[in-house]
Structures are given as C-alpha cells and as structure tokens.
Design a protein around this ligand. Structure first.
Ligand SMILES: NC(=O)c1ccc[n+]([C@@H]2O[C@H](COP(=O)([O-])OP(=O)(O)OC[C@H]3O[C@@H](n4cnc5c(N)ncnc54)[C@H](OP(=O)(O)O)[C@@H]3O)[C@@H](O)[C@H]2O)c1
Length: 359
C-alpha cells in the first residue's frame, strides 16, 4: 500500500496550543498525519480517520456542541477522513459534518457516507431509483453536489452477487453524484465477493486485535486488487480501551446495552461480537500489553495501522480528548515483536473460537 508522505502544508491545520508538533514560524503549530491512497479512486485518507456513528445516535447522548468539538479535535490532529452514514441519527451525523466543514473551507477532508439501511433489508430495495433518492438525501445533508465516497451499508448478502447493483453504482459515478463507491461488509466472504467487482474502491470491515480473520482472508486480496480497506470498530466498541469492568453500565440508548446479543442489528457490531464477560477479561490482558507511552486504545490502533493493506482506521470518539488521543496513535513508535506475539497469543487463546466461525 503506497504510503503518502506527510500531508502537505496546505492540508495541515494550523493549531493554536497543540502539544505534539514543533512550533511553526508564527507561533502556531501544524499537526499533519501520513496519508494512504485508495488505489482505484486515487483518493487519499489519513492513516487514522474518524468514525462518526457516535455523532448521530446509539451511543448515549452526544450533544451538538460536543459533536462539533469532536470533529474539530480530529481535524486539528491531522485526520483527513470522516466515515458517516445516512442512518446515523437519521442524518444528524451527516448534517453535523456539513455544518463543521462549511465553516472550514481550508480543510481537505474525504467524507465517506453509507446508504441502504433506512429501508427494509431485502435485495429488491437495492436498485438505481432508490440509490438516486438515497444519494439526493445524503448530498442535501452533506451540502455537496457530489459525495466523495459512498458505501453500501452492510446490505443483504445476495446484493454483492447482483450485477445490476454495481451497474447502478457505476451510473451514480457517471452522473457525477458520487466520486467513488465501496461496500461495508459483515463477513470476509462478502468482502471477497465485493473485491472481485472491478470498480469497488473500498471495503470497510471490522478489524482489531479481537477480530483477526480479515488479516489472512481479506487484506491480501484487497492489496492485490488495489481495493482500499477501511478498518472499523477498531476498539471493539471501546472494550480495547481496557476501561470497562463486568459492572460497567452503559446508557439505555447505547447499543452496548440494547444490541449485546444482536437484538437490533448484527451482533458483530457490538463489542466485535465477543461475549461481554470474555471481552472484559481479555481486554484487561490486552491493556497490560500496552508499552510505555501508549494507552491500550492507542495500542489497538497502532496494531491496525501497521497491517499491510489497511488504508485507514476509523475509531469512533465521543469526546475531543478521545479524538486527539486516537489521532496521536499514528505518531507512536513501531511495536516490538514481543508485543505483537503477545497480541496474537491473546487472540488465539481467548477470542478466536468465538468469532472466526461467524464473521
Ligand atoms: N456497519 C457499518 O458500516 C459500521 C458499523 C459500526 C461502526 N461503523 C463505523 O466505524 C466507526 C468506529 O466503530 P465504532 O465507533 O462502532 O467502535 P470503536 O471505534 O471500536 O469504539 C468506539 C468507542 O471507543 C471508546 N473510545 C474511543 N476512543 C477512545 C480513547 N482514545 N480512549 C478510550 N476509549 C475510547 C469510546 O467509548 P465510550 O463511549 O465508552 O467513551 C467510543 O464510543 C463508527 O463510528 C462508524 O463510523 C460502521
């Protein structure tokens, strides 16, 4: 995967008071991050991006001021890739991004949205007329004529094998409604089917120290085909921060309360599909592996960034502090062989059996 040099000066935000970059000539500081390329579309993304499901709904309450502060903190820390969806807060996440970027014409952020989960999950809904209507709504929410990257949002499995679906997506590109398209998938098998389509620019998949199967089954194929990989749920919904205990109570309107067993959507989206008790115990072991200078969350992110074939990793953040700490992981030193081996061993012992058969 080509690793762009640091983002250009034009892409670096001037940040008053940032602490982890050298002062600029005028006393302000820049905080650029390495970018990687989506080979098929030629688009670029910071190696650590930002997931913005939290700015919509399903993670307890995040008010508008806090949501804008998260976007600001990420952008000022060098993040140039935001992942959103038309369904996050039923458009609130897209609208918040639009509101933030409209006040920041100097920023160059690649915005990837998703479509398809505001209707019944049947293959018959994945047709050109619906795509146009969904895209019209996202363009309005995002305040753009053309969406940078649109992803099918974990559609029913047969959708990946339907030629007409990809013809319709090509039509959206030809109509200049979108610059490029990709898919967000649940399983490795779905990822491989999508990668075989010639114009799929990106595959978004769960990848983290508790979800390793894509390392073997998806990343090599994506690299060979020039398809970008967007690694989602990188902190296993926060588990890998090592902050939760068996007694942690999440808000009622948080999927970590209401989707623990897949009651509302795929179980794999909550704690990576790992049973909570096992997850908390394994996360405590994981946290103990964090080298000096790393938080456990940063260890997880650094581990993902170093996997060949990953284009960008998109941690969700509920506070500016989290967004900043996550971006900083891109600048931490390489992990030792010993730490890497211990992470592999933890996965083999505690996690693999729970997740590999299903996703
Ligand atoms: N089907 C799909 O396409 C799909 C599904 C899921 C997610 N996504 C995308 O992927 C993004 C990331 O996944 P995710 O948000 O589900 O899970 P995640 O990134 O694994 O976990 C996010 C949670 O981790 C905790 N966290 C974040 N930064 C932290 C830090 N620096 N220190 C300690 N804890 C930290 C926060 O938990 P607290 O809330 O406890 O503070 C936060 O809510 C989403 O925002 C969304 O854009 C897409």
């Amino acid at each position: 995967m080509p690793n762009r040099p640091s983002a250009s000066a034009a892409q670096a935000r001037l940040v008053p008071g940032a602490t982890d970059a050298a002062p600029g000539q005028d006393g302000w500081q820049t905080d650029a991050m390495d970018e990687r390329t989506f080979d098929r579309s030629g688009q670029h993304a910071s190696v650590i991006g930002l997931g913005t499901w939290q700015l919509g709904a399903d993670w307890g309450d995040v008010d508008d001021k806090q949501a804008l502060a998260v976007l600001e903190a990420a952008a000022e820390s060098g993040v140039t890739f935001f992942d959103t969806a038309d369904v996050y807060g039923d458009g609130r996440s897209e609208q918040t991004i639009a509101s933030f970027l409209s006040g920041r014409p100097d920023l160059h952020v690649l915005v990837a949205t998703k479509m398809g989960r505001r209707v019944d999950q049947i293959p018959e809904n994945y047709v050109l007329d619906n795509f146009r209507a969904w895209n019209d709504r996202s363009r309005r929410n995002l305040g753009v004529d053309r969406v940078d990257l649109v992803q099918l949002h974990c559609p029913p499995t047969p959708v990946y094998s339907t030629d007409e679906v990809f013809d319709a997506l090509d039509t959206l590109v030809a109509e200049e409604r979108i610059a490029a398209y990709g898919v967000s998938v649940e399983t490795c098998a779905e990822a491989l089917t999508a990668i075989a389509r010639p114009n799929v620019a990106s595959v978004q998949i769960i990848l983290n120290p508790f979800r390793m199967k894509p390392l073997r089954e998806v990343l090599p194929a994506a690299r060979a085909a020039g398809v970008g990989v967007i690694a989602r749920v990188p902190l296993a919904s926060g588990l890998l921060s090592g902050r939760y205990t068996k007694d942690t109570v999440f808000p009622e309107n948080d999927h970590r309360t209401f989707n623990r067993h897949g009651e509302s959507f795929d179980q794999g989206e909550t704690f990576s599909g790992v049973d909570y008790t096992t997850g908390v115990e394994a996360a405590a072991e994981f946290a103990a592996l964090a080298p000096e200078g790393y938080t456990p969350a940063q260890l997880a992110l650094r581990w993902i960034v170093r996997q060949p074939g990953v284009t960008t990793v998109i941690p969700g953040a509920r506070s500016p502090e989290q967004a900043r700490a996550n971006a900083h992981a891109a600048r931490l030193p390489e992990l030792s062989e010993q730490t890497l081996a211990a992470i592999d061993d933890l996965y083999e012992r505690r996690i693999k059996e729970q997740v590999e058969g299903r996703w």
